[in-house]
Design a binder for this molecule. Structure first.
Ligand SMILES: *[C@@H]1O[C@H](CO)[C@@H](O)[C@H](O)[C@H]1NC(C)=O
Length: 646
């Protein structure tokens, strides 16, 4: 067989070095090519991570037993002999930048799994990588980047296939040096708030189209980084992509929960997701609380066993609160002993039911964790008009001292969403008793709890504080940076001195929470927002003339009118018979039960991304405890259309 010259550039010879020329025959296999290359370089080094990359075809020649002929390599090919693992700069959910060594030759899913293993994040299938937005003034920005920003580095960490060893839940590789310990702290401790000036510079999507643009930047899970044109040291964004969080456990998920909290916090601060004013104040209070605890707690790499147990306890308690209405052993115990009750005339107002903004008086009885109300005191032995169980509900004050308005706002979980109720009290003492009872009940506690009296006192003293001289007292107590805790919309609407008392008052609700509890609570409230976990894409439905928006969530697809933002139609995955992509015309087709067929093409993103999103969520729904140990990558690629795309 005739020999011919093959041109291969070798990374380690430097960018200016001419390619090596080796004499080959077409039946030489790739392993033989590598052997010749290594000999030709005359360099003694570890070549084991190196592989052959074919730039023109954008493919790796990884099968060392395949011949040049089988790969179709001829004399015009320009090959590159390059490491499969290269450094990447990752922008994490907490806005820190971390350098890691990533695999550029395996499908992205595998690369993300490896990265998450180094970071100690379980369930890596929930995360993925996005391309960073195009930088306009590239040079200027780069200089600024490298000047001001601290870059954390984990590129020295290379994990073998063996299971890592842990000390107190922290993988051993974080104990390598002071630098890696600092990286672990960065990953697992919440970042302090940034100034409103810096926040104002961060990108905020202002429309559905903006939100859809973000989703056009997701990388393809089935192809390697190199195949997708990612360069060594390129800046990519690591984020939770699928809003379907499996089995969150504070004992094992310190980094995962911290980064999830950070992603949630930025989604709220940058108005990627809408929330009400009350919710914003609660989020602000939780952030304030988390900041305070993160800074005061000396984040020790080796947490005491007690701390871990405490965190677990509190997380479990939190879960119990969530399971509203379920009775536990403590309930039965309490019902035997005497539980104090509150009985009084209060005024009730339901904003959603009555168009007339009027409060109506009823006779109220607060018992256990429930409030019942009756037409009058005389009718209190009969059936109540309604009974509301306050476990797991949100309690917010609606107080105006000057107007002598003492209202308690309750957001009670109901099948059709949250039901909103206002209770109006007569005066401060009545308000503080009922408010304290509501707060305890929301946490699943009754007035028999030892904290009841101090809670009443707290509320009273907070009212007094506001009344006497709010300004100096609050600044002397705490100098809080309110503008960094709420989204720009609210720091335009309110002055800092208006926000401070509201955030501090909301803080009273959460001041007892541990750090882990507070982060979990933040994530839970984020998850309960109406638009939580919807990823948007601009699409064009078959037979329609105008662009519309497709929202993809963990259990449904949502068709949204682009001009007004209204939901037009919802399709649940469990009503879906099948879905596929016609790659020739790049159209996604979905068949639903009842012979309903929909098809659309994708405007803002490649339809591979949309297909992968839908398939990814269906994959998430197949997970169970047994399979969570080893991720079924083959099934993931099958469901997300990895094969068709290749
Ligand atoms: C507050 O209102 C309750 C109920 O109307 C009343 O019984 C109580 O005397 C009032 N307390 C004060 C201090 O005005």
């Amino acid at each position: 067989m005739a020999a011919w010259d093959l041109h291969v550039s070798v990374d380690d010879l430097g960018p200016e070095a001419p390619p090596l020329i080796i004499s080959v025959t077409s039946d030489l296999h790739i392993g033989g090519v590598i052997l010749k290359l290594v000999q030709k370089t005359q360099m003694q080094q570890d070549w084991s991570d190196y592989a052959v990359w074919w730039e023109q075809k954008r493919m790796w020649l990884l099968k060392t037993s395949w011949t040049l002929d089988k790969y179709g390599v001829q004399a015009d090919a320009r090959l590159q002999f390059t490491p499969q693992h290269k450094p990447l700069r990752l922008l994490l959910p907490n806005t820190c930048t971390l350098r890691v060594r990533a695999c550029f030759s395996a499908p992205l899913l595998q690369a993300v799994i490896d990265i998450c293993r180094v970071l100690n994040i379980r369930h890596p299938e929930e995360l993925s990588l996005l391309k960073a937005p195009e930088e306009k003034e590239k040079k200027k920005k780069k200089e600024k980047d490298e000047g001001g920003e601290e870059i954390f580095d984990l590129t020295a960490v290379v994990l073998g296939s063996a299971a890592p060893s842990f000390y107190n839940g922290v993988p051993a590789h974080f104990f390598d040096s002071a630098e890696t310990e600092a990286v672990y702290k960065m990953l697992s401790v919440s970042q302090p708030t940034i100034s409103p000036e810096l926040m104002a510079k961060m990108y905020r999507p202002s429309s559905l189209i903006d939100k859809a643009q973000i989703n056009s930047r997701w990388l393809d899970s089935s192809r390697s980084l190199m195949q997708q044109g990612i360069q060594e040291n390129e800046r990519l964004i690591l984020r939770f992509k699928y809003y379907s969080f499996y089995n969150l456990d504070p004992q094992y998920d310190a980094v995962r929960i911290t980064q999830m909290y950070e992603q949630a916090r930025w989604a709220i601060l940058l108005e990627e997701i809408d929330c009400t004013e009350e919710e914003m104040m609660l989020f602000a209070a939780l952030q304030y609380h988390i900041d305070k605890l993160s800074q005061s707690s000396n984040p020790d790499l080796k947490p005491s066993q007690n701390q871990a147990l405490e965190d677990l306890d509190s997380a479990l308690m939190n879960l119990e609160v969530k399971l509203e209405g379920t009775s536990s052993a403590t309930d039965t115990l309490e019902s035997i002993t005497d539980i104090p009750e509150l009985k009084d005339n209060l005024k009730l107002f339901r904003p959603k039911r009555l168009t007339l903004k009027a409060y109506k008086q009823y006779w109220f009885i607060f018992k256990d964790t429930s409030i019942s109300y009756y037409k009058s005191r005389e009718e209190a032995h009969g059936e109540p008009i309604q009974q509301m169980n306050l476990r797991g509900c949100e309690v917010a004050p609606d107080v105006n001292l000057a107007g002598q308005k003492f209202c308690i706002k309750l957001l009670i979980p109901a099948p059709e969403g949250m039901s909103e109720v206002y209770l109006r009290c007569e005066n401060e003492s009545q308000y503080s008793q009922w408010m304290a009872a509501c707060r305890l009940a929301s946490k699943g506690k009754t007035m028999a709890d030892s904290s009841y009296q101090s809670e009443v006192q707290n509320i009273l003293s907070f009212l007094t504080m506001q009344k006497s001289n709010p300004g100096p007292q609050i600044t002397s107590e705490e100098n809080i940076n309110t503008q960094s805790l709420v989204s720009p919309r609210y720091h335009k609407k309110y002055k800092a001195k208006q926000l401070t008392p509201r955030i501090l008052e909301a803080h009273q609700n959460v001041a007892q929470l541990s750090l882990t509890e507070a982060r979990m609570r933040f994530i839970q409230i984020w998850q309960s927002l109406p638009d939580f976990g919807v990823s948007y894409f601009v699409v064009r439905f078959k037979g329609c003339r105008k662009d519309e928006v497709l929202g993809i969530a963990n259990n449904r697809l949502i068709r949204i009118d682009l001009s007004v933002g209204d939901v037009v139609k919802t399709w649940r995955y469990n009503n879906m018979r099948q879905w596929n992509v016609n790659w020739d015309i790049r159209q996604v087709a979905i068949e639903l039960e009842g012979n309903v067929n929909v098809a659309f093409s994708c405007v803002t993103a490649d339809c591979k991304i949309v297909h992968e999103y839908i398939g990814g969520y269906i994959f998430m729904s197949t997970r169970s405890k047994e399979t969570s140990e080893g991720l079924n990558q083959e099934l993931f690629h099958k469901l997300t259309g990895g094969h068709e795309a290749l």
